[in-house]
Every structure is written in C-alpha cells, then in structure tokens.
Design a protein around this ligand. Structure first.
Ligand SMILES: [Zn+2]
Length: 136
C-alpha cells in the first residue's frame, strides 16, 4: 500500500527498533511507496512511512532491495556531498563514504554481507542514518 510520507521531525528524530519477520508487510508498503515517488526518491527508511523499525529500501536501478536490520561494518573514502530527502525541504551538506561493507537480512530471512560503492553506497548511508533518527 502507498503510504503518506512522514515529515514530523520529532518522530523522525527517534531511533528505530529491531525489525522481525512480523514486519514483512512493511517491506511491501516500502516497495509501493518508493514506486509512487520514483521521480524524486531513490530510497526510504520505514520511519518515513510512520513505522519505527529498522527496515530500509534502496533503489538499485533495475530492482529495489529491502533490507532488514542493516549494519554498516566498514566504510572508507570520505567525501563531502549534498543530499535531499522526501521528508525535508531543500538539501543539506553531509559526509559520506565511497565504499561500505554492509550486513543485512533479506526478505526471505537470510543474513547477507555485501560491498557497495558510489551512489548505492550513498543511498544506504542516508537510509541507515534515518534508522538512528538522523535526517541527513
Ligand atoms: Zn531521507
């Protein structure tokens, strides 16, 4: 189901809780809501649709990947950039890392380790920040 985008800074400023297999329906809502906002959005965290659970979705171009309980294990290659967010107006400066190693659980419950770089890595870092209550 397409959900409205949360813009309440107090809600978005809170840390999200560990996700479980009971939260699988949130994955579907994230897929639907990302698709509905595809022209201006490349990723979302569950709190952006009002669910304070550690779930993100990342647009990888050919497919959108939902990740449960993502943890950035390693990062290198810091750089300064500017980002926008559906939950905010305008853009903000931030530091991101070119390469990351991520651990997450996929939608069938398998824990995976994967390396990402460039724009996909940047989107993942932005969405993982949301889980900590950080909006850019
Ligand atoms: Zn955002």
């Amino acid at each position: 189901m397409v959900k409205p985008i949360m813009r309440d800074v107090f809600f978005l400023g809170q840390k999200s809780e560990k996700a479980t297999t009971d939260d699988m329906d949130v994955a579907t809502d994230l897929q639907d809501t990302l698709r509905a906002n595809k022209d201006r959005c490349v990723g979302m965290a569950a709190n952006m649709i009002g669910v304070r659970k550690r779930i993100i979705i990342v647009d990888m171009g050919f497919v959108s990947v939902v990740m449960f309980n993502p943890v950035i294990l390693k990062k290198d290659g810091p750089y300064e950039t500017e980002e926008g967010c559906l939950s905010l107006d305008g853009t903000r400066k931030t530091t991101r890392y070119r390469n990351i190693e991520l651990e997450y659980t996929d939608t069938v419950g398998t824990r995976r380790k994967q390396k990402y770089s460039g724009q996909i890595a940047q989107i993942i870092q932005h969405e993982c920040d949301h889980l900590e209550g950080i909006i850019i």
